[in-house]
Write a protein that binds this ligand. Structure first.
Ligand code: ZN
Length: 305
């Protein structure tokens, strides 16, 4: 080594040894019927708050469905009170600090990284990386949404090809309250007309299934009691189409979105999102601005529709 060579930067942080209490051993359920794989979010006591445990289980379920030649279509759904209340920011099963041995992207372990690098590395994997990966699944995906589809819940719905909602469903991205320019997968301006997306973000209000349908974000709205049956009927109808034709059609549509700059925009917004995480840490001493599930649930409700 030359005399003037600087030492390698190996600055690492101590891993946080926090007790994690998982209330479900199977945070995602899996079932196949009539060539359709049903992937069910299963943290009912936490309204399907998404922790790493759930997101890795979700990835496993999607890969299982892709690998099974008998499966033609994948349905993502919830049996809980809501579809999903978003990312886990405060349940006993919150596993933000946990090291994940087998990661799915090329990102390195986040759990021993200092400062803003920790959340950046983690979200590259479990939020941005997973969303891009799931959007590219080679089989058609349908998101079946009832009640709340909030913040991180939107990310799961948006990466699916079709969204079928019940008439009691609502959609909300309230994270501007925490200082963020929307959730990590910034598809807002592709899912909605830009002016509507701004309204959705600035106000953080609930958007009803009916309005989401009018805006083109949702394919169909059906009565709650007919939701599961309607989704199965659509999924089974798609399942009768040829496999490769479906994969090619999906890829062609996704490619057009890419030509419109979807990922480029999402990548830029992800940088802003992490600037906001860092600003929160600097100003509030906490990367999510001192909020937790309770304070956000209260604030989300107060925003209304
Ligand atoms: Zn984030």
């Amino acid at each position: 080594m030359a005399d003037d060579a600087k030492p390698l930067d190996l600055e690492l942080a101590d891993r946080v040894d926090k007790e994690i209490v998982y209330e479900e051993q199977e945070p995602v359920l899996y079932e196949v019927r009539n060539h359709v794989a049903y992937v069910t979010l299963n943290r009912p006591t936490q309204h399907n708050a998404q922790n790493s445990q759930m997101l890795y289980a979700l990835d496993d379920a999607f890969v299982r469905a892709v690998d099974d030649d008998a499966v033609k279509v994948i349905v993502l759904k919830s049996e809980a009170k809501h579809f999903s209340q978003g990312h886990d920011i405060g349940t006993p099963g919150r596993d933000f600090d946990a090291r994940v041995e087998e990661r799915k992207t090329v990102w390195y372990d986040h759990s021993n990284k200092p400062g803003a690098e920790k959340a950046f590395a983690r979200e590259q994997e479990v939020y941005l990386g997973f969303c891009k990966r799931w959007r590219a699944l080679p089989k058609p995906t349908i998101c079946q949404v009832h009640k709340g589809c909030i913040a991180g819940g939107l990310m799961l719905a948006w990466v699916c090809d079709l969204i079928i909602a019940s008439d009691d469903a609502f959609f909300q991205d309230p994270v501007l309250t925490m200082g963020f320019p929307g959730v990590e997968y910034f598809a807002h301006c592709h899912e909605l007309n830009v002016r509507i997306a701004k309204e959705f973000l600035f106000l953080g209000e609930r958007m009803s299934a009916e309005r989401a349908y009018q805006m083109g974000m949702v394919n169909r709205v059906v009565p709650r009691e007919e939701l599961a049956e309607s989704v199965s009927a659509i999924a089974e109808k798609i399942a009768r189409q040829p496999r490769l034709g479906l994969a090619l059609t999906k890829q062609a549509c996704n490619h057009i979105e890419q030509l419109q700059g979807k990922d480029t925009g999402i990548d830029a917004a992800f940088g802003y999102h992490h600037f906001a995480h860092a600003q929160n840490s600097l100003v509030k001493g906490d990367y999510i601005g001192g909020h937790d599930l309770k304070s956000m649930a209260k604030s989300n409700k107060a925003k209304g529709a």
